[in-house]
Design a protein around this ligand. Structure first.
Ligand code: SF4
Length: 131
């Protein structure tokens, strides 16, 4: 980036949403995981959407305009409900991903579908898992 920091970009031809990075047990933690473990100073994460009729970046950044149309955390409607700044967002990702990793390493295998009806709607294993 012009300011000497780095942007993490994930090229997508399918659906992708910033909302999948937010909150507890994020649905799509790949870029947050890269961001918290990068050795470099990361100041933006974004999907580069390569879809007919939708060629654009969609992401979050420390400040607006680091990448075209990518907002700062403080002005992104969904993100600012979870963090007031980029640093707070990344700290939240670190805490959440550390907790998930520790639970996984400890063998936590409780059945806790994140969005019960939506998560389980196409699954036939309810009789086995008890959800
Ligand atoms: S019904 Fe299927 S998706 Fe839902 S918790 Fe059980 S195994 Fe998981």
């Amino acid at each position: 980036m012009p300011n000497g920091s780095y942007a993490l970009i994930d090229y997508k031809t399918g659906q992708a949403s910033v909302s999948a990075w937010l909150g507890e047990r994020p649905d799509d933690p790949q870029l947050p995981l890269y961001a918290v473990n990068a050795g470099e100073n990361v100041s933006a994460v974004a999907f580069a959407k390569l879809r007919t009729g939708e060629m654009r970046f969609d992401g979050l950044a420390r400040n607006a305009d680091l990448l075209p149309r990518v907002r700062g955390v403080d002005t992104h409607n969904a993100a600012r409900k979870h963090a007031a700044s980029w640093d707070e967002l990344v700290a939240g990702w670190r805490a959440e991903l550390d907790a998930l990793g520790q639970a996984f390493a400890a063998g936590d295998s409780r059945v806790v579908p994140k969005h019960l009806l939506k998560t389980c709607e196409r699954c036939d294993l309810q009789p086995l898992c008890g959800a």
